[in-house]
Design a protein around this ligand. Structure first.
Ligand code: GLU
Length: 464
């Protein structure tokens, strides 16, 4: 069975790069009918792991990515790690190292002065004497000191590391007994039954060390897929400013889960030249073998394009629900269909859509001066009055086309161009020159509100 996992260090929120590897892991597990597990790497006890886990679960929930089973917290597993430390000590595969901090610093300084790689020199590797009195110790694993460590990576191919270039007997338990990162990752991945590790390639340098742990403990090494980073347009690692921020901030900005996941799946993975993927399609086509070998570029325009695609293609009932977190209660609005149809082509985000809706349903509090100056010229007030009179005497006004006919009548009767009514009417109804079709706007706000907005605009104009 395929078992994947997402193993965030709790930095308080789920960020976009983490979400991408989580998505890849999720898709691969689901595609294969396997399991997608969540492990919180909270060995840094100063941080609040519970809160971080909740933030991550909340983000997963918003995106519809559910993990299987209980969340594993590394901070709660010291007893388990202790068993393996003891095992390695008993088997002579790990040892106590009594080198003091000062001695270690001195060793490093000498190595640096000699332009050598800084590494532990193995002083206590085969130590059989009496340890220095009251000396604190750390526990080091006996790493291979020569030969190669082969990382069989599903993205990058086989990568051979020379043990003597990268390894030393690294610490697996600190002076206070707490286990170290690479040690616990290997143990947890094994105990959780993880078969495929899909993670950022910033972890590639950890992998040989983890392989040393797997081998010392006699565990089978999982398959690795190291995913290249996401870069910004300058080819640098994505920063917060570029969008490497809390996934929930994307929700606040008005992105839909579908668009965000679709955007992320294409960052570093492709299936022909297809751009739009439903969740089912992602699951059908995704294979970590096809993850690109080079870094991918974050592109906001693409995200916006996908988001507007999903907004446009969301049925109005669902869209009304999705707009609720943005302060819009439209689910039972009787003109919901007209309103959403008029705007769904225009908005890049749900937040923008909510603003556009409010611009229609809330009467303008003021009028754009330039727009008034431009449109209230000549007989604009007469045109508006004529139109308002027609609206007030018409009984069957429901659809945008009903209002359109009335505008047409005024245009015909007064022998004017459409702009002569359209421009002042737009300013009267919306306070500015831009916005969706006026016939839709009037059908949404209704007859009385249309008349009232025209009157208010005329009044405001007469007072200037
Ligand atoms: N905890 C690591 C991180 O958040 C991930 C470790 C892993 O996936 O092996 O970057």
């Amino acid at each position: 069975m395929v078992v994947t996992r997402f193993a965030p260090s709790p930095t308080g929120y789920l960020h976009i790069g983490g979400l991408r590897t989580a998505l890849f892991s999720y898709l691969w597990a689901r595609k294969n009918g396997g399991k997608f597990l969540l492990r919180i790497e909270d060995t840094d006890k100063a941080r609040n792991s519970q809160e971080a886990a909740e933030a991550i679960v909340k983000a997963f929930h918003w995106l519809g990515l559910e993990h299987d089973g209980e969340i594993i917290y590394q901070s709660q597993r010291d007893d388990i790690y202790a068993i393996y430390i003891k095992q390695l000590l008993d088997e002579g595969k790990a040892y106590k190292c009594y080198m003091s901090k000062d001695e270690l610093t001195e060793l490093r300084e000498t190595q640096m002065a000699n332009k050598e790689r800084t590494k532990y020199d193995g002083k206590y590797r085969d130590f059989t004497g009496t340890p220095p009195e009251n000396a604190e110790y750390v526990i080091r694993i006996k790493a291979p000191l020569s030969g190669e460590i082969l990382v069989r990576d599903g993205v990058k191919g086989d990568i051979s590391f020379q043990a003597e270039d990268i390894l030393d007997d690294f610490v697996i338990a600190r002076g206070d007994g707490s286990p170290t990162y690479n040690f616990v990752v290997a143990i947890d991945d094994h105990l959780m039954g993880v078969t495929e590790v899909i993670r950022g390639d910033d972890h590639l340098s950890n992998t040989p060390k983890q392989i040393v742990v797997y081998e010392a403990l006699g565990f089978e090494v999982p398959k690795f897929f190291h995913v290249p980073m996401i870069h910004n347009h300058e080819g640098k690692k994505l920063s917060k400013r570029d969008g490497a921020t809390d996934v929930m901030a994307y929700k606040e900005m008005g992105y839909t889960p579908e668009a965000l996941l679709n955007f992320l799946v294409r960052l570093g993975w492709s299936h022909g030249d297809q751009e739009i993927f439903s969740m089912d399609e992602m699951m059908e086509y995704f294979n970590p073998k096809n993850i690109n070998r080079s870094a991918s570029i974050y592109n906001t325009e693409k995200l916006d394009w996908l988001n507007s695609h999903y907004i446009k293609n969301t049925p109005n009932n669902k869209l009304a629900e999705m707009l609720e977190p943005y302060g819009l209660l439209l689910t039972s609005h009787d003109k919901k269909e007209i309103l959403l149809d008029a705007l769904k082509e225009r908005a890049k985000t749900l937040k923008e859509m909510a603003l556009l809706v409010n611009e229609i349903i809330i009467a303008p509090a003021s009028y754009d001066e330039k727009a008034v100056e431009k449109s209230f010229k000549g007989d604009a007030v007469d045109v508006l009055n004529a139109f308002a009179a027609k609206v007030s005497t018409s009984s069957e006004l429901h659809l945008p086309s009903d209002y359109h006919h009335l505008m047409q009548e005024v245009v015909d009767e007064m022998g004017i161009g459409f702009g002569k009514i359209g421009q002042p009417l737009r300013v009267a109804l919306l306070g500015k020159m831009s916005g969706p079709g006026l016939d839709s706007v009037m059908a949404i706000i209704g007859k009385n509100e249309t008349i009232s907005r025209i009157k208010s605009a005329i009044k405001a104009h007469s007072q200037t």
